[in-house]
Design a protein around this ligand. Structure first.
Ligand code: SAM
Length: 280
């Protein structure tokens, strides 16, 4: 029995339900419930919050979230082999765990939840960045979620919090920091997982800002940033010239030197450029 919830230890759960990790589902499980409780605590006080967990697997983080007091956890899992183990957790926390079997990229969980809503997940690496970008780029802001507590490969986590002038700075940093407060909360070595992945990991914590840091149209900003970083070594007057022949005028109007490179431009500069280009 585990100290946090009286349920069997995760190694036993995995053996009982024959949950051999599948690589194509990005399955690297966390088996230490002290660690999963620690990750749940990064999300803050969840006692008045519904939590979406993508990819609960055998339920290590699910158990951490419930033991730490989450009002409700809605867990979306693609691998049907995990459902019996998750049902056992649901029985230990009556009315607080709902499990949906399916692909998180295709499911709209909102009908199942009451705000405020947080998202907490040890994400499958193959869909993690896509989900993050979706959560960051709804048409209307603020979004349905208040915070995101997410596991990523260390390199991806570093791209999310990167500052201008660094190699990691790019589209992910700009889209994240435009609308959210972001920090790396925990670093985890490969051995924290079973089986251990090839890379180190990190938990990031994002809090949605009430409004974006600087005004800009989302679609224009996305296009400018994608185009600028597509050829990050080039001067902006050259990498962005496909957007409009008058790009130098727009760069100057936004306070950017046309000879600068994407990597040097702070978020505020990209937003000013998106505002100037919105009229084109
Ligand atoms: N949360 C568990 C833990 O921390 O031990 C498992 C994490 S494991 C890195 C990722 C989990 O996401 C696996 O259980 C996998 O089956 C599930 N998964 C993969 N792709 C998914 C998808 N598109 N939608 C929902 N779950 C998915």
């Amino acid at each position: 029995m585990s100290a946090i919830d009286g349920l069997p230890p995760l190694r036993e759960v995995i053996a009982t339900h024959e949950l051999r990790a599948k690589k194509n589902l990005g399955q690297n499980f966390l088996l230490d419930l002290n660690l999963t409780s620690r990750i749940a605590r990064v999300a803050g006080d969840l006692s008045q919050t519904d939590v979406i967990e993508v990819g609960p697997g055998p339920g290590g983080l699910t158990r951490g979230l419930l033991a730490e007091g989450a009002r409700k956890v809605l867990a979306i899992e693609k691998d049907s082999r995990c459902l019996p183990a998750l049902a056992q957790i649901g029985a230990a926390y009556p009315g607080r765990l709902e499990v949906i079997e399916g692909d998180a990229l295709k499911i709209d969980p909102l009908a199942h939840l009451t705000p405020p809503i947080a998202i907490c997940a040890n994400l499958p690496y193959n869909v993690g960045t896509e989900l993050l970008l979706r959560w960051l780029t709804p048409e209307v802001w603020p979004p349905f979620w208040q915070s995101l507590t997410l596991m990523f490969q260390k390199e991806v986590a570093e791209r999310i919090v990167a500052q201008p002038g660094s190699k990691a700075y790019g589209r992910l940093a700009i889209l994240t920091q435009w609308r959210a407060e972001a920090r790396i909360a925990l670093h985890l070595p490969p051995e924290a997982f079973t089986p251990p992945p090839k890379v180190s990991s990190a938990v990031i914590h994002l809090t949605a800002l009430p409004e974006p840091r600087f005004p800009a149209d989302l679609k224009v900003l996305e296009r400018v940033v994608a185009t600028a970083f597509n050829q990050r070594r080039k001067m902006l007057r050259s990498s962005l010239k496909g957007l409009t022949p008058a790009i130098e005028d727009h760069l100057t109007a936004a306070g950017i030197r046309p000879t600068d490179r994407a990597e040097q431009i702070p978020l505020e500069g990209f937003c000013a450029l998106a505002r100037s280009l919105a009229t084109v």
